[in-house]
Design a binder for this molecule. Structure first.
Ligand SMILES: [Zn+2]
Length: 240
């Protein structure tokens, strides 16, 4: 997070830009002219550290009396002054006003999401394997018909009409069996997959109860490298 600090044009109050929003502090003319419109920025790091950065070479930013380009500061104890007239930056007041006492991002464990991902992934894999197996077994149907046809060409066997009829019959029955099975699963499978997906999207979410945003179809192995929730910026760790 960044706070751009400078002098308000016209009124001469302290002008703070945070997340594209303008905030003003102090009374009119309280900020001297030696403070420029965009004088410096205060960067709040993910680890909760504060860094003050002088924005232009012609600006002067002091930390504890020393002119700096960029310096890590402790808002409560360090003294930051801007411009030749050394306007004292009321950092703690600014932080309180601008951030509105916003709580620092919380830390949540995502360890339980491993089970959610594994279950989803394994179930999907099982279904795929099952479908492949069914397809393999189905090819047997054709073999019976082919065998029946082949029998017609083999001398000696070609007379056994009963055998050929039997092979055709078995092939025919298997074809019906697989047709019924496929017909049933054609409506069941999409419904099952839909339910599986819904469950996954409901459970594979940010552990922050105020957020609960779906983490996406990201394998857990990749998710655990993600240090923050993209939505609420909560810190995500494997172990709390
Ligand atoms: Zn979140």
């Amino acid at each position: 997070m960044e706070l751009i600090l400078g002098r308000e044009s016209g009124n001469g109050r302290l002008h703070i830009v945070v997340n594209g929003k303008d905030c003003f502090y102090g009374t009119a003319g309280s900020v001297p002219r030696s403070v420029s419109r965009q004088h410096c920025k205060l960067v709040i790091g993910d680890d909760g550290n504060y860094t003050i950065v002088n924005l232009k070479p012609e600006n002067v930013t002091y930390v504890n009396g020393v002119s700096v380009v960029s310096k890590r500061i402790v808002p409560k104890t360090d003294r930051v002054e801007l411009g030749g007239e050394r306007y004292l930056l009321p950092i703690t007041v600014i932080l309180k006003a601008v951030l509105g006492g916003a709580e620092p991002p919380k830390t949540y464990s995502i360890a339980h999401l491993q089970k959610v991902w594994d279950e989803y992934h394994d179930t999907k894999l099982e279904i795929q394997i099952k479908e492949k197996k069914t397809a393999a077994i189905r090819s047997v149907t054709g073999m019976f018909s082919m065998a029946a046809v082949a029998c017609g060409f083999i001398p000696g066997i070609s007379d056994f009409t009963v055998l050929r009829i039997l092979l055709y019959a078995v092939g025919f029955l298997l074809a019906i069996y697989f047709f019924v099975k496929l017909y049933r699963s054609s409506s069941e499978m999409p419904r099952f997959m839909d339910a599986l997906d819904k469950k996954f999207r409901k459970e594979y979410v940010c552990p922050n109860p105020d957020c609960n945003k779906f983490m996406g179809y990201v394998p857990y192995e990749e998710l655990k490298n993600q240090t923050r929730c993209p939505s609420c910026k909560s810190k995500l760790v494997e172990k709390a």
